[in-house]
Design a protein. Sequence first.
Length: 737
Amino acid sequence: MKKVKFFGIIMLLVFFLGGCNSANEQKMATNEHEARVDALLAKMTLKEKLGQLMQYTGAGEVTGPVEGTYSRLDKIKAGEAGSMLNVNGASYTRKLQQIAVEETRLGIPLIFGYDVIHGYKTIFPVPLGEAASWNLESIEKAARIAAEEAASAGQHWTFAPMVDIARDARWGRVMEGAGEDTYYGSLVAAARVRGFQGKDLSANNTIVACAKHFAAYGAAQAGRDYYTTEVSERTFREIYLPPFKAAVDAGVLTFMSAFNDLNGIPTSGNAFLTKQVLINEWNFQGFVVSDWGAVQQMINHRYVKDLKQATEVSFNAGVHMDMENNAYFTHLEELINDGKVSLSQVDEAVRRILLVKAKLGLFEDPYKYCDTTHEKNTLLKAEFLEFARQSARESFVLLKNQKNTLPLSENIKSVALIGPLANSKVDMMGTWSARGDAKDVITLKEELEKRADLKVNFVKGSNINDEKNNEFEQALAAAKKSDVVIFAVGEEAMMSGEALSRMDIRIPEVQRKLMEYVLKSGKPTVLVLFNGRPLSLVWENQNLDAILDVWLPGTMAGPAIADVLFGAYNPSGKLPMSFPYDVGQCPIFYNHKNSGRPATQERYTSKYIDGPNEALFPFAFGLSYTTFEYANLKLDKTTIGMNDSLHISVDVKNTGSRAGEEVVHLFVNDSFASITPAVKQLRGFEKIKLEAGETKNVLFSIHPKDLAFVGFDLNWITEPGEFEVEVKDLKAIFVVK
């Protein structure tokens, strides 16, 4: 025992000293970076400084309106570009980097940015789908793989993660985030930042992350992209800001301003956001880049009269880099001469940008990301593809399973595979699929046809969203000669994402008509739903036997879906965003506040007269091929002080006949407070795996700080009082004194 204790003490000392050494090394590296940057700044002309504030798109994908016809190569040669986006490939980025490093006076390397949202070459499920896994390790690993691939192809910087809280399914960009809950969204934000940036940003397999869109973009009125946002400062600080703060705490080095105006001020010119909150309150040390053209678009907001004033407002608000406006380089020198911008402000912005380049190791080796052999050996690695398969199937949510239609029985010899998404490779990747290539995608049709013992009767049936080339009769004939019908329908890739808001969030009508027609066969039906947002599924829920939401699942779509359909993997996903009965309920979210007249059968209460208040499929909903029983919810005490912690335990038993994973959610309800509280708030979760018949005791801890809210004076406070914890249908009361 003494030897064990002595060894333990030695290991603790080693760990402590190692931690000290690591901290000292980081401090030394920071000091070296700062000294290098300060020395470089002292040599720079104003034109060279202004060049560092500019980002231009390359000749590849264009993800916004391009202003002007200037030559990007000329800009680089003249030292008038600090960054490029949409430039891909180790060979091409080396070419441009050589111009910046070898053909300019100071040889300052470029930083290459790209929208690596849910994979680079190996495409993972859309982020909302990833969030449905409730597996933070898996989410972080997917970002890590995306970073490795992107870095091998010359990328230094991704415009991700999107950490906007989104409560309105009409908004197309819900597919880029983690859903409606602030607590969970904050954890996902931090996981994705860690995945992209890794533990050593100077390594050649990490990229800089960018928290976007700052801020409250997800609250756009009517779910219309780029549109106005109007939220109180309390709601703003309590609901929309925490995921951004979590990204800062995780070490994110860049932020992106949003397109929307927030309470009447465009976010790209909003000093409250960038200067007061981000830089002063949170002590953010990185830099802020505008979204594409957002500086100039303040003119359309009618907030500024021209590009010069837009430049003044945006730069003075704390937006350090100008993406694809050519505004800063055109107007900042004149604004300095006019006394409206100071040279010290320019130096500060340039310093922040150069420090990020230094942390990437670009001054030591500007070509470290430009190795074509490394690129070839990294993209689409077998282990990356296998993890993409795992990531996809973890994201699937079983919404309905009447009569245990799923998993499909081993006795099934034939399936009718019907729908326009059964064999559409490009749609499997969703939008923002980076350099994903449709030829690398495996569809559901391709995967099912590999099964020698299964007859696949495939009929496309219809197009995605029009009445041309309908094959209803052929689809019905296929169903009649099959044991089961699998409908592969829903949204195509270009029905969710940026600038892809929808008024009607049902499955397109032609596909619903196709399913209704095929129901005449009388065969069991399975809906494999492809979507980038919550959809209204009232008809489908009423008429189909099983519904499996697979989102837009990525490169390994087919194998992952087949794994779940045939029971090789038991679905474990839970919804990160509520699915409404009807679009008229939007925005809808679980943690709403109560009304002074809560809904009852009485007339004068808060309800619709033509439908329910609640969601069709609520936040955290998801079925399994097995069943789970919750029991013995226990608190270690019923009263805690402001410096105490409360420990909560609950037993979860797998009462079914097969192994399965369950996400155990802990909600807390404040009985009353000085600011009206939400009906309940997520404050913990754990994903566990249980064998058939197995029971596990799940533990949670709550500290009074976890019960805090933004008070009347807009500061975070925890008030004493009575609280209720809820796990599944079990509840218990405790008091904070």
